[in-house]
Design a protein around this ligand. Structure first.
Ligand code: TYD
Ligand code: MG
Length: 457
């Protein structure tokens, strides 16, 4: 009788950009559209012994028999960090922290662990990127020294899991998931297979033992978390660093949060001794505002749950080129093009043969429609070369026929503007009768773009 052929280890092709799996090589990823990203990787057929160990031995329970009292959250000792997490760390949660190299991920997480260690909790920092000495030096800069803060330099996943089980820390930081490596797979560290395997098992163990785990993830050039998009699905919370290492400010945004509001932001400033929280972001973003300059306007934008005043600036100048330049930083360029068309049609401001540069000062990105009115005001001011009254804030969504539409949390926005000393608000005319701060704030309710110009200057 013929022997069966030796069993080949099974391989699949994975997109290194989004983690899409395919049995054969493809030039273009059907999932994310990237070219030339497929790499052959081994797929583990049978679950390993260690993975079987990690199984939850679950039994069905009635939902009201499960204890889940709020207030089980562990505070990080950094108020802005607690805020983006939705009020502290939930036991057993997995938090992905993404950001460009050098932006301050390691610094922030070490500061957080230091604070937790100072309250008597035992915490573990696992690094595969730096030596223990480097961590110690960084720790000195930010003043971190404690017997409760343990540093483990390791890339082998089995070892890390074992150490976590033995130490039972109150929180673990893995810096970074791209350096972690499991012997069970033959593919290289940083490949989709390894990242998925390492994160999956770390998350599973942390859930089982109720230890929160922070996974540091590098990002690719285009800003997505390198390797697998799948990672974002696996974790409970995705935090993302915005801002660039050339500036002092750093913004952490929660892209996804199972335990709190998404899109919440925390604002930090990078100092010699680590990251310092900025507790009054409106003042921070307005600090360098040029008063009385054409093209500058203030918009109270809701970031997560709180209003923040941001400045929109624009520059409009006649073009020397056949095709005028349009650049928008911090807002959606398509939205800007749309608003330019509306201004042309409704307000008679013909920007067609002008170069247009629009920027949200401070490097913050704003996605909500309430900034529409700010974009139009800024462009109009720059185009007409007339400064907007410096005590004025504007906000509202704009429709294609030039109507100004209502938006959420009008009251909170006006209150924040009043708190920062602004005296005039141009807001959408809506049915709702929110209570507005009475004294010192003049409210102009407009329903169409045509009415804007009358109040702006
Ligand atoms: P780091 O946390 O190593 O970034 P990441 O882990 O995201 O790659 O941050 C490194 C940068 O921060 C580096 O450019 C130096 C700067 N830095 C300070 O300005 N002050 C400090 O106290 C520390 C520790 C770092
Ligand atoms: Mg780092």
């Amino acid at each position: 009788m013929k022997n069966p052929p030796p069993k080949k280890s099974k391989t699949q092709f994975f997109c290194q950009s989004c983690g899409h799996q395919s049995p054969k090589w493809l030039g273009r990823c059907p999932s994310c559209g990237e070219w030339n990203q497929f790499v052959e990787e081994e797929v583990r057929l049978s679950p390993s012994a260690s993975a079987a160990e990690l199984k939850f031995d679950g039994a069905p329970l009635a939902i009201d028999d499960i204890s889940a009292t709020e207030g089980e959250r562990e505070l990080t000792g950094i108020a802005e960090m607690d805020r983006v997490l939705g009020g502290g760390i939930v036991g057993g949660s997995a938090i992905l922290v993404g950001g460009e190299p050098g932006i301050g991920k390691s610094t922030l997480l070490l500061q957080m662990l230091h604070n937790m260690a100072a309250t008597g909790l035992k915490v573990l920092y696992v690094t595969g990127e730096e030596s223990a000495k480097q961590i110690r030096l960084r720790g000195k800069r930010i003043g971190a020294s404690s017997k409760n803060l343990l540093i483990l330099v390791e890339v082998d996943l089995e070892n890390i899991l074992r150490h976590i089980r033995e130490i039972m820390p109150a929180a673990v930081v893995i810096d970074s998931v791209q350096t972690m490596y499991s012997d069970l797979l033959s593919s290289a560290p940083g490949s989709v297979g390894q990242v998925r395997e390492a994160s999956g098992r770390l998350i599973l163990q942390s859930k089982k033992m109720c230890i929160p785990v922070f996974l540091v993830g590098h990002v690719t050039k285009d800003g997505s978390i390198a390797g697998p998009k799948v990672l974002e699905h696996m974790v409970d919370t995705v935090l993302y660093f915005e801002g660039d290492s050339g500036h002092a400010y750093r913004i952490i945004r929660s892209i996804k949060n199972r335990f709190g509001p998404a899109n919440e932001i925390g604002v930090f400033e990078m100092r010699d001794d680590g990251l310092r929280e900025v507790s009054n972001p409106s003042a921070f973003f307005l600090a360098e505002r040029p008063e009385g300059a054409a093209g500058s306007v203030i918009v109270p934008s809701i970031e997560g749950t709180r209003p923040i005043l941001i400045e929109i600036q624009s520059l409009v100048s006649p073009t020397n080129l056949g095709m005028p330049r349009r650049t928008a930083i911090g807002v959606d360029p398509n939205r800007v093009s749309l608003l330019i068309a509306v201004m042309d049609k409704i307000c008679g401001l013909h920007l067609g043969n002008h170069d247009i540069f629009l920027n949200v000062a401070g490097g913050i990105r704003v996605g909500e429609p309430a900034i529409d009115l700010g974009i139009v005001s800024s462009l109009a001011s720059a185009f007409l070369d007339r400064p907007i009254d410096s005590g004025t804030v504007v906000f509202g969504e704009i429709g294609l026929t030039g109507e100004v539409r209502g938006i959420s949390q009008i009251e909170a926005r006006v209150k924040e503007a009043a708190r920062m000393g602004f005296t005039r608000s141009i807001i959408p005319k809506t049915q709702s009768r929110d209570k507005m701060p009475g004294e010192g704030m003049k409210i102009y309710r407009i329903s169409s773009l045509r009415e804007l110009m009358a109040h702006l200057f």
